[in-house]
Unconditional design. Structure first.
Length: 361
């Protein structure tokens, strides 16, 4: 008889946790409080990690949560605290190697800081799409946003930001409105040009990225400035779209330039295309023409020949983005541009020009 009563009480308790149609009802804070024999306010404090709760009481509440299968409403808690522990990332394209590696670095740094990442990709980097992405920020549970856009858009867009969302920009035209983190594009391009001139080349040709790219523009400007500073002739720019195919087309044109003994390519993907074009035309690298890339993608050391290239520290860029976000969320005023230095990785794709003494390498 006692066993039947106990079973009846269990069934009644179970029925009490079901809705009108017999579906399981979400366990509430009041249910936990009743099971633990404490107030709902105490349960709330335990849910929010309040250290003022006595350890024995806290353990009783945790045991009751586990027994009842209670899951705190994280969104409600975030609204109450005023933070969501989440960062939105608006990214202007997932086809770019630099964008993807920067995204990976931001995600990793955010995770280590205890923040989730909400990704907002742009199908096409247009002004309307950027406006729409900023509008979505107001609908999402995020505390801050990192913008990864290599095109010139922010200056022309009237952005309306939710008042609580902090913004950090990577590699774009923030024009002083937001803190910026970027690779030192100019320093990297200069190091590539100076390396080639130092080997004895009279000038350096350039395969640039797309005109709308902020990074491509800075690299091209630094390439030209470095040549002019040394009194070297400035060849016409060949332009690609970051993809190997455009590098291949540029490489075919360069193979017909008898005066071309050195090429600085704005990224490693296009450099791969240049190398293939030279191979197809019988131009030897580095015996006939030296080639330098930019990015230092993981595959660069496995190109034939292994590619001399400018190394970008994407991990540091990601870490500085998250650091700036956290400082803003802590109430600091973060302004200006933080640049991450590059490193030239010398490999087998560069050498003195034909006829020079190659033992000096």
């Amino acid at each position: 008889m006692t066993e039947q009563k106990a079973t009846g009480r269990s069934a009644a308790a179970d029925d009490g946790r079901r809705g009108a149609r017999g579906r399981p009802r979400r366990v509430s804070m009041a249910d936990v409080a009743q099971r633990a024999g404490v107030s709902a306010q105490t349960v709330s404090r335990v849910s929010n990690g309040d250290g003022a709760v006595v350890e024995a009481t806290r353990q009783k509440v945790l045991d009751a949560m586990k027994e009842l299968g209670y899951r705190p409403n994280s969104a409600a808690r975030a609204l109450k605290r005023g933070d969501f522990r989440a960062i939105g990332v608006i990214i202007g394209g997932l086809s770019s190697t630099g964008n993807v590696r920067t995204l990976d670095a931001v995600t990793g740094s955010a995770s280590r800081a205890g923040y989730a990442v909400t990704l907002i990709p742009l199908d096409a980097p247009t002004q309307d799409n950027v406006k729409g992405a900023f509008t979505r920020l107001d609908e999402l549970a995020v505390d801050a946003a990192v913008l990864i856009m290599e095109v010139h858009l922010l200056d022309a867009v009237a952005l309306t930001l939710p008042p609580h969302v902090k913004v950090v920009v990577v590699d774009s035209d923030a024009t002083g409105r937001f803190p910026v983190v970027d690779t030192d594009q100019r320093q990297g391009a200069r190091s590539a040009v100076r390396h080639l001139l130092g080997l004895g080349h009279e000038t350096v040709w350039h395969v640039a990225g797309p005109e709308e790219s902020f990074a491509a523009g800075r690299r091209a400007e630094a390439w030209e400035a470095a040549l002019r500073e040394e009194g070297c002739p400035v060849p016409p720019v060949l332009r690609g779209d970051w993809a190997p195919e455009s590098g291949y087309e540029a490489g075919l044109r360069l193979a017909d330039e008898e005066s071309c003994t050195a090429v600085f390519v704005a990224n490693d993907q296009m450099a791969l295309g240049v190398l293939r074009a030279f191979h197809d035309r019988g131009v030897r690298v580095p015996e006939d023409v030296s080639v330098v890339g930019f990015d230092d993608i993981p595959e660069a050391a496995s190109f034939i020949p292994p590619l001399t290239t400018v190394h970008q520290d994407f991990a540091e860029v990601g870490a500085l983005c998250v650091d700036a976000v956290l400082r803003e969320l802590a109430g600091e005023t973060v302004t200006g541009v933080r640049l991450v230095a590059t490193t030239l990785k010398e490999r087998a794709s560069t050498a003195p020009p034909p006829g020079e003494d190659r033992t000096t390498r």
